[in-house]
Ligand binder design. Sequence first.
Ligand SMILES: [Fe+2]
Length: 471
Amino acid sequence: MDHAPFLERALAIVPRDDTYIVERVSGRLPAFLRGTYYLNGPARFSRGPVKYDHWLDGDGLVCAVVFGGEDGVRITHRFVRTRKLSEEEAAERAIYRTFGTAFPGDRLNRGVALESPANISVYPFAGTLLAFGEQGLPSELDPIALETRGLFTFRGALTDVTPFSAHPKRDAATGELINFGVSFSAAHPMLNVYSFAAEGTLNWRRRLPLDAPRTIHDFAVTARHIAFYASPYVLDAAAIVRRGRTVMDALSWRPELGTRLLVLSRETGDVIASIPLGGCYCLHVVNGFDDGGDLVVDVIEYERPIYEQYRVMPELFTGVGRGRPVRYVAGADGVVHRRAAIAYSHAPDFPTTDPHDASRAYTEFWMLGISATGQPGRKFFDELVHADWSRPDRPDVYRDAAGRFFAGEPAVVSDPSGREAPVLICPMCDAEHGRTVVAIFPARDVARGPIASVELRNPLPPLFHSYFVAS
Ligand SMILES: [Fe+2]
């Protein structure tokens, strides 16, 4: 059974770099919607004779949708000109091994790490725009033209093999950026944690031993804590470096190791708790905050890892396990004394909150889901969900028609005056007809469907993470 008809057409789209004013806007865009919705994700899944197997393999494509300009809505999209893309384009063949694809003669960065395709996320920082890959230094882009300026080394503090993840967190009060990266040495696996000042320089770096080379994709930062949901999904780095394996093939699911919630003090950088949480998997954290003496960490928790569901392109999510948003409340005694879940288990992903709610007590968030979770066959994100911790049993869900999908992480935008209700920006693709729109939903009533949509001149493939910058 194919629950995602025509998905292969959407994933095969390779847009040319372009910038233009949108000609067709349906419905009414709210006047308060002013700013840029950025999106990054993998596109182009072949180079010469090499066909990529895995959704994480494509080259990073960044898109900017600028709302509120005098001319209307402006779209710019451009491939991130990483070292990988530039060298492979010049050679007209694939050169570097990717997350899920190895080929004879393929290369690694300095023989030890993947050459980053900068294809996961995009964040503004220190007056510039950074495009991140799964691991490695981000690429710096011009925030308007999206032209690539080169690797961003944080004023020379990091190198192109520094472990560095794709979901840094910014402290809105200080402008500080906090990120982490795992060193996957089998003998001495290490969690590296970094703090950068608002202007881009390194404040501090901590190296903390891990019990196993656990892969961690995302984390939570609160006023007083840094928290990691450390799943038992471990990486055998030697298999990549010495035996020519892909990252995907070097990963193994080891539930017997158990999951741990690692809690660090932001003040000292020390580990203050390592709390057993069973044996589930987390890719993305929804949010985290301090609540009196408690630490609240909200995650999307799955029965098993997700990355194996990203292959083989374009047959995605054929065996995806259930997943749901879960809240853990840990006390100062280092014990989880409350666990709560949202009643939505359709393998949700790409959770997003109002940026004003980051690291604060909050109730609402949004995410994508896969309606056919639990059934065999190919599937993709066809549900948009508004969830609320104050009514966890009643998520607000919009389901798209067959052959149409959600094509990237949504972003919520609130009216600064508070007069109008917030809206949710979400790209959608009509895979059968090769159309992409950026839809605007009423954020607190997504089941109503879009109130406006912006039609793109060039369709885009489904992408990953978003970020909205208000203007
Ligand atoms: Fe991510």
